[in-house]
Design a protein around this ligand. Structure first.
Ligand code: C2E
Ligand code: CA
Ligand code: CA
Length: 558
């Protein structure tokens, strides 16, 4: 397209949409204005329109007088003639957005640059349009934080990916640590102020190439090219964003970031966000670690899983799995009334491993069945050993995962070591969780009924965690309800305390015994006793103990 053949439709469209449209000579930077009435004779107007200013001079004058301060440096860079030329080499339109301050009234504005080629196909003229996009922009922005709404972010991100298949983009999700606690402690107003602050900091990075949106309550999402991402979330900037307490007296916050590098262009943004989330979650409990990338997390996890899987059979053969026992005490008398069997893996090379490191993987690969059966068998043997030594024992609860419980021959398998060791079934409880409810409820009820008929008791573990349903208490045949540890972790929360009291009272009404887990303080113990809980398990009485230590504990506490 040459200036002679300048597409009149494009120009008239620009003139309709833009408040003023200018023509800039790409070499001399001479600048002239033309309006809608000239559109019909464009080729002529190019030469006849009155030369009013030089682009370079007009640019600095305009920016210094109209562009708000925090956009100024960026707009100065972006509007440089060299940058405009480079951008117009890549695409036929280039837009810049900024806040315009017109005598105290601040509006979003947009500049658009379009190219006009010479006969030789070189950039000859640049068309420049100005317009107010305040209404459109405000609808795109989140009221509180000023960043894009989630919906708009997704739309823009998808467009950016589609339009720039050659660019490697990263996506990042940020999360304010313990934001709920901040809200609870300081009130929602302070929480809002913090979000507003963080949003404002992130907005500074926003441009045509950097999208910033609100992902969820206290989570933000950023998408931009890989190099920009590294630059924006440099250690220095991460520190600066957190420094708001110095700026305006707000409480100190910590922000963590999860990054997914080099987005696959044909994957949905939502699934990319999920991956950034996985990276974020991987450092949730790592003190001092603020940023993680998905690839690192995945690689490490795969490596560890591979190591664990190649070692697990040998570990079972060589008795590297050890069963620890955590005492349960009567809430009133303080006497020991039971224990929970908890597995640990003492690896000859990696050392002590907590079940949280391997049980979730075993639940996926099925090996949990072997481990659970082993813990059951070992517990039967220990009960016999203690009884033979003249030690009075207490009922021991053993965890059974969904897969373990679904074994066809579970009853036979569980009965065998009990018989062989001459144990009374009253000395064994099975701890199950709500996850069992996802299968066939009728057959689950039949199985539980059969287990109880054999003399074993059923404990429902982790009740009140996540999305526990109250109906489970009336559906399943149970003996004991174990109140989830989260009640203790949120002990000061008034609403949570009411839910705890209601759960205890409901379980009791239905004829179940109750156990409270994760009890660490005397104050918690006293409250639980007052609420009528039967038994207490937690560090307040004892941590889970190795076999030999538990044996001593039994002797001393019975
Ligand atoms: P769980 O069944 O809810 O076990 C209770 C967990 O809470 C144990 O963690 C225990 O050490 C911990 N705990 C006890 N008292 C306190 C306390 O006062 N404060 C705190 N913060 N924690 C306390 P552990 O032993 O690391 O076990 C974690 C999870 O691993 C268990 O949660 C259970 O889901 C699973 N698990 C452990 N052993 C087995 C097993 O033999 N089979 C199966 N399927 N899962 C097991
Ligand atoms: Ca348990
Ligand atoms: Ca539990």
């Amino acid at each position: 397209m040459t200036h002679e053949m300048l597409n009149q439709k494009v120009i008239s469209a620009l003139c309709r949409e833009y408040e003023s449209v200018w023509l800039v000579d790409s070499k001399t930077l001479e600048m002239s204005v033309f309006g809608a009435d000239m559109v019909t004779s464009i080729p002529d107007s190019i030469y006849t329109a009155k030369k009013i200013q030089n682009y370079a001079a007009a640019r600095t004058w305009y920016i210094n007088n109209y562009v708000v301060e925090h956009d100024r440096a960026r707009v100065l860079l972006q509007t440089q003639p060299e940058n405009i030329r480079t951008q117009l080499e890549k695409k036929s339109f280039y837009t810049i957005e900024y806040s315009r301050d017109n005598m105290g009234v601040v509006n979003y504005n947009q500049l658009v640059y379009a190219r006009v080629n010479s006969d030789e196909g070189e950039l000859e003229y640049i068309i420049l349009g100005f317009r107010d996009i305040d209404i459109r922009k405000k609808a795109e922005r989140d009221d509180l934080t000023g960043v894009l709404t989630r919906q708009v972010f997704f739309e823009k991100a998808e467009n950016l990916l589609k339009e720039n298949p050659q660019i490697q983009y990263d996506l990042m999700i940020s999360d304010i640590v313990d934001f709920k606690k901040i809200n609870e402690t300081y009130g929602a107003d302070v929480g809002d102020e913090i979000l507003h602050w963080v949003g404002a900091q992130l907005c500074e990075f926003m441009s045509d190439d950097v999208l910033v949106g609100r992902y969820g309550s206290d989570q933000f999402v950023v998408m931009c090219g890989h190099d920009l991402m590294t630059e924006i979330f440099s250690e220095e900037n991460i520190e600066r964003i957190e420094q708001q307490e110095h700026a305006n007296g707000l409480p100190h916050i910590i922000i963590k970031y999860g990054v997914y590098e080099c987005i696959t262009h044909d994957k949905s943004i939502l699934s990319t966000c999920d991956k950034a989330h996985i990276a974020l979650n991987s450092i949730k409990h790592h003190y001092g670690k603020k940023l993680a990338t998905y690839n690192d997390v995945l690689r490490k996890e795969l490596e560890t899983n591979r190591k664990i899987e190649s070692n697990m059979y040998k570990a079972l053969d060589e008795e590297q799995f050890k069963v620890y026992y955590q005492p349960k005490h009567d809430a009133r008398s303080g006497k020991i009334v039971g224990a929970e069997a908890l597995v640990r893996w003492i690896h000859p090379e990696y050392g002590f491993m907590s079940p949280a490191d391997f049980i979730p993987l075993f639940e996926k690969n099925g090996f949990v069945v072997e481990v659970d059966n082993y813990v059951w068998k070992k517990t039967c043997e220990n009960l016999k050993k203690w009884t033979d030594a003249g030690i009075q024992t207490v009922p021991v609860s053993v965890n059974a995962s969904k897969l373990t419980f679904e074994q066809e021959d579970l009853l036979k398998k569980y009965q065998k070591p009990v018989m062989e060791n001459g144990i009374s079934p009253q000395k064994l409880h099975l701890e199950i969780t709500e996850t069992l409810m996802t299968g066939d409820t009728e057959s689950l009820i039949r199985k539980l009924t059969a287990i109880r008929a054999m003399g074993f008791q059923i404990e429902l573990d982790d009740f009140g965690s996540g999305y526990s349903s109250i109906n489970i208490l009336s559906t399943l045949p149970l003996d004991v309800v174990k109140l989830d540890m989260s009640f203790m972790r949120k002990f000061g929360d008034e609403k949570r305390a009411k839910v705890l009291a209601a759960c205890i009272s409901l379980a009791k009404d239905l004829g179940y015994k109750t156990v409270s887990e994760g009890v660490e303080y005397k104050e918690q113990c006293d409250t639980l006793e007052f609420l009528g809980v039967d038994a207490i398990q937690g560090y307040y009485f004892s941590k889970p103990l190795p076999e030999e230590d538990f044996e001593k504990y039994l002797v001393e506490n019975i």
